[in-house]
Design a protein around this ligand. Structure first.
Ligand code: AMP
Ligand code: MG
Length: 343
């Protein structure tokens, strides 16, 4: 049985937070909202509890979990921090940034997929922070979706994927950002971006002298290549229909979409201003062309919506790789299994 509770983001009810924290302390699973996407949480120091996360999601056991802390300094209990960590923390925490550091023994290796590093994040969402504080531990939490499906950005998505598989789902409304956190792996003097997010490369470069970008952020892994982040090798975010990203100037893309609507069984994910040029049947608007923040917060819902339509293909614009665009590009090429069509 999954208990579903509603909490007010502004002032989450203390007793309900306590009841969720009791589940975490007892080794159970609680799905909760964060500013990025919903997380599926368990006590990060309890190996058995975190194994339940993998089972509920159907997640491969070598794909490590991010641990969530209430204050940046709490990382000391679980990881070997350095100066760079505190520079990043000062600039971006609490917020949508995950930092990978060498792990301490307080975190079982089942949480880190056997790696000797651990991913640490301090979310800014009031419900997430209240839950972590009340649980008095770090909370391991991957996105609260079934492995492979789009990350959940509202409680309805979590209920659709995990109802009956977890102890509690906290409904705290829609996630503001809607894309998962930016992930950087750091050492004393180097930093590499493993997953782009709302905190952009330009923002990171204001703090970091050097930032490398993993080629897997935008490219397919080579055959047999060992990824820097295990999650990079898995199919992700994909709707059931085949997603195809159209690469070309705006007019050519719209022209292609119009003709596909006439001749194929397809849905279209389009920018708001283009919707009047297209047939409204199976048309999903994702936000204004230049409004990347709205596109980010709508993308996963749009991909889920595709599954409710009986179409064989979905066409969408290929995003640019600039700024927040890089995060959209990264999620969409994965959802499309790197299928890009030049038009
Ligand atoms: P999710 O929690 O679903 O957003 O996925 C977390 C992502 O973080 C996955 O892609 C993991 O592979 C990645 N990750 C977590 N811990 C580590 C780590 N220690 N080293 C590299 N990548 C990690
Ligand atoms: Mg995920």
């Amino acid at each position: 049985m999954t208990e579903i509770i509603k909490l007010d983001v502004g002032s989450p009810n203390k007793e309900l937070i306590e009841s969720a924290a009791r589940i975490i302390k007892a080794g159970g699973l609680v799905a909760f909202p964060t500013e990025t996407v919903y997380g599926l949480g368990a006590d990060a120091t309890d190996a058995d509890a975190s194994k339940k996360i993998y089972a509920a999601k159907g997640r491969p056991s070598d794909n490590p979990l991010i641990i969530h802390i209430a204050e940046p300094e709490d990382a000391e209990k679980y990881a070997y921090t350095n100066e760079l960590y505190y520079k990043l923390a000062k600039a971006f925490m609490p917020g949508p940034l995950t930092v990978i550091l060498p792990k301490k023994d307080t975190i079982p290796s089942s949480v880190t997929g056997g790696l000797d590093s651990v991913a640490v994040r301090c979310p800014s969402h009031p419900i997430a922070r209240a839950l972590i504080r009340a649980s008095d531990t770090a909370i391991a939490a991957p996105s609260a979706n079934l492995s492979g499906s789009p990350s959940p950005t509202c409680a309805e998505h979590v209920i659709a994927d995990l109802s009956g598989k977890v102890d509690m789902i906290i409904d705290g409304g829609s996630c503001e950002i809607g894309l998962e956190s930016t992930i950087v792996k750091i050492s004393d003097n180097s930093a590499i971006l493993l997953r782009p997010g709302m905190i952009t490369c330009d923002a990171l470069r204001c703090v970091l002298e050097r930032l490398e970008i993993s080629h897997a952020v935008t490219e397919m892994l080579a055959e047999g290549e060992r990824p820097q982040s295990p999650g990079m090798k898995y199919r992700h975010y994909a709707p059931r229909a085949q997603l195809i990203l159209l690469d070309g100037d705006s007019e050519s893309v719209i022209e292609y979409m119009r003709s596909a609507q006439k001749n194929e069984s397809c849905a279209i994910i389009c920018y708001d201003e283009d919707s009047s040029l297209l047939d409204e049947k199976d048309l999903i608007k994702i936000g204004g062309r230049d409004d990347l923040e709205t596109q980010a917060s709508t993308l996963f819902s749009a991909l889920r919506q595709c599954d409710s339509l009986s179409v064989e293909k979905v066409y969408a614009h290929l995003p640019s790789k600039e700024g927040i665009g890089l995060a959209l590009y990264n999620r969409m090429i994965r959802a499309a299994a790197h299928t890009i069509k030049k038009v």
